[in-house]
Design a protein around this ligand. Sequence first.
Ligand SMILES: Cc1cc2nc3c(=O)[nH]c(=O)nc-3n(C[C@H](O)[C@H](O)[C@H](O)COP(=O)(O)O)c2cc1C
Length: 353
Amino acid sequence: MSEKKTLEEIRGIAQKKLMGICGVYKICDGDSMRICQGQSYGKPLRFGGIGTGTSFYNNVDALKRYKLKMRLIGEHFEADTTYNFFGNKLSMPIMGASVAGVNSFGGNEVITEKEFCRAVVLGCKEAGTVGWRGDTYTYSLDNTYGIDAISEANGWGVKIVKPREQDTIIKFYQKAEKIGCIAVGIDIDGCGSFAMSSHGKPVFRKSFNDIKQLVASTNLPVIIKGVMCLEDALAAVKAGASAIVISNHGGRVLDHTPGTASVLMDIASKVKDKVRVFVDGGIRTGYDVLKVLALGAEAVLIGRDIVRAAVGGGIEGVCIHMQYLQKTLAKAMKMTNCRNLNEISSEILLYNI
Ligand SMILES: Cc1cc2nc3c(=O)[nH]c(=O)nc-3n(C[C@H](O)[C@H](O)[C@H](O)COP(=O)(O)O)c2cc1C
């Protein structure tokens, strides 16, 4: 049997394979000097942020403004990071984000879409958590890479569909339901998708009634991803959504949005007793995870780092990456006096000091 790779080795392989596309830097923040940036001057979006990259940058910057209050005098404990996700016990409140379209930034030499989906779904499962799957212009009702991978994992996954025509979304949901997916959803911010619009696949803003129709179309919990304001959060709740994801799509759909950590607390405090609140954007370590849980999210999604892990190490790479995140979260919880997820609150945060 071959030796288990280290996270550093996996990232080293990804760095070689993603040469010219992603620097696999120690800090992934959308800074204008990073090789992924430059769309406002004609570079393709690939792995970067839209336009000037400000939304991407703001995600990381917003997290940086929060500091952790170290609190150590008290009984010894090892933190319990287990999390209940729609009735399923996960090892951590950290999941693989619904990223799709690896062909658009590397082609099949880097990783095929099929292998990428398998890596995320099966790698997350091996680490005791869940891989979400996305949607892009290469996907169709006959080409459902994400759903196929979730099917291979016996339904252990979440399928997010772009805001296509209602009928098409509902057909995707029916397929997901048939294979026993845990939940489905829609990335409402995908109506700003560069990849879809530039390949002649129409995407739409969705009305309140559209969301209601989607919720009514399936027995699965429906997740609304791409919420950045209280108005949308309240509309999602009213339409019957089971969860929302506070997300700006990793800064890829609208330039000059705030970082997700900046809007999270205000939104979560008003809706978290009515709907599950997840968040993503710039979350790279368990320390970041702890910060957003303290701001009111109940779980998080990991985007770009999951791509790098999948490119560098496939299923094993994703599993090792998720295990690393679980370990740093457990460490951060121990050092801030949080025995389990319920004990995490904004008390452990210090802002802008
Ligand atoms: C290359 C790429 C492709 C993405 N494709 C999708 C997608 O198909 N559906 C979706 O809901 N989100 C998509 N996202 C957004 C992610 O799900 C997630 O919101 C974001 O990556 C989180 O930010 P992070 O990359 O800084 O962790 C994509 C992100 C990237 C970087």
